[in-house]
Design a protein around this ligand. Structure first.
Ligand code: PPS
Length: 291
């Protein structure tokens, strides 16, 4: 077993899994030299990151599907804060705009972004579904601790003391920068409910218009059924030690509203009260229903 498998790195008060992050890799990300043409996908974990990585790759691949079939998502749209980034960065395909991913907070990344016109795609998902997906992910990822119980996991999520910090701070931080950055806000729910319209909205923002038949190619290759079968996005190339998909799949359900299968009425009430106290006066218009 890798020595780093059970380690934790704390950066700017937030816990990160040490298997894929070091203090150095996190610091380097916060000082990353962006270029105006770059595209940066930002998410809190389990908000649809892999799905959007696939969509972005497809929008820019212009029908050349070789990378979709032969390069894993982390090599096409790498996380700038992960240990592997320095290596992957050198191998990025130079013909594309550079596509990056990050789970970092606005506070950490904004200074580097303010200096450029980077196109930021911020993707968020109903926090209850995000939490449920994250809970299941903790059970299969060898580099994350097993959650003791769903109730405890909810408490940790509400307190913002878990890995990657507070969902509330993440969303408020990034959406609070909408006026300062070149940022498009997209939700998991809209990509789910209106995939074609959402892909059109994205391609417009990215200044990379698609013909209807190109949209068809994107839609086909970003469907849950296609992605579940593709070992370039379903993480099946990783060992069981790193991600044990015998316990549950990375592409688990891919639905909206699965939280209803997990939350008791009491937990739901507790969650809604915290959500209201943290988001109620944020001035943000968030599209999901909490009931
Ligand atoms: S990570 O670890 O942060 O990169 O995880 P992330 O990719 O953000 O989130 C994983 C969840 O996204 C779902 N997913 C999809 N849903 C619908 N359609 C497609 N194509 C798709 N691709 C990924 C995935 O199933 C996880 O959600 P859950 O609810 O666990 O199924």
């Amino acid at each position: 077993m890798s020595e780093r498998m059970n380690t934790t790195v704390i950066f700017d008060g937030i816990r990160f899994p040490g298997f894929i992050h070091t203090l150095e890799s996190l610091k380097a990300a916060s000082a990353f030299q962006f270029q105006d043409k770059d595209v940066l996908l930002v998410t809190f974990p389990k908000s649809g990151t892999t799905w959007m990585q696939q969509v972005l790759s497809l929008i820019f691949c212009e029908g050349h599907l070789w990378p979709i079939h032969h390069l894993p998502n982390w090599a096409r749209v790498p996380w700038i804060e992960q240990i592997s980034f320095s290596q992957v960065f050198q191998e990025l395909r130079s013909s594309w705009p550079r596509l990056f991913t990050s789970h970092l907070s606005a506070k950490v990344l904004a200074p580097a972004l303010m200096k450029s016109k980077v196109k930021v795609v911020y993707m968020a998902r109903n926090p209850k579904d995000t939490l449920v997906s994250f809970y299941h992910f903790h059970r299969i990822a060898g580099f994350m601790p097993d959650p003791s119980s769903f109730e405890d996991f909810v408490d940790e999520f509400l307190e913002g003391t878990g890995f990657f910090g507070s969902w509330f701070d993440h969303v408020k931080g990034w959406l609070g920068l909408q006026k300062d950055l070149n940022l498009l806000f997209v939700t998991y729910e809209e990509l789910h409910q209106e995939p074609r319209r959402t892909i059109q909205k994205l391609s417009e923002f990215l200044e990379h218009p698609l013909r209807p038949e190109e949209e068809d190619v994107v839609l086909q290759h970003c469907s849950f059924s296609f992605m579940s079968q593709s070992n370039m996005v379903n993480y099946s190339v990783l060992s069981n030690e790193i991600m044990d998909q015998r316990k549950g799949k990375f592409l688990r359900k891919g639905v909206v509203g699965d939280w209803r299968e997990h939350f008791t009425p009491e937990l739901n009430k507790k969650f809604n009260a915290v959500y209201q106290s943290k988001m109620g006066d944020s001035g943000l218009c968030l599209p999901w229903t909490m009931d």
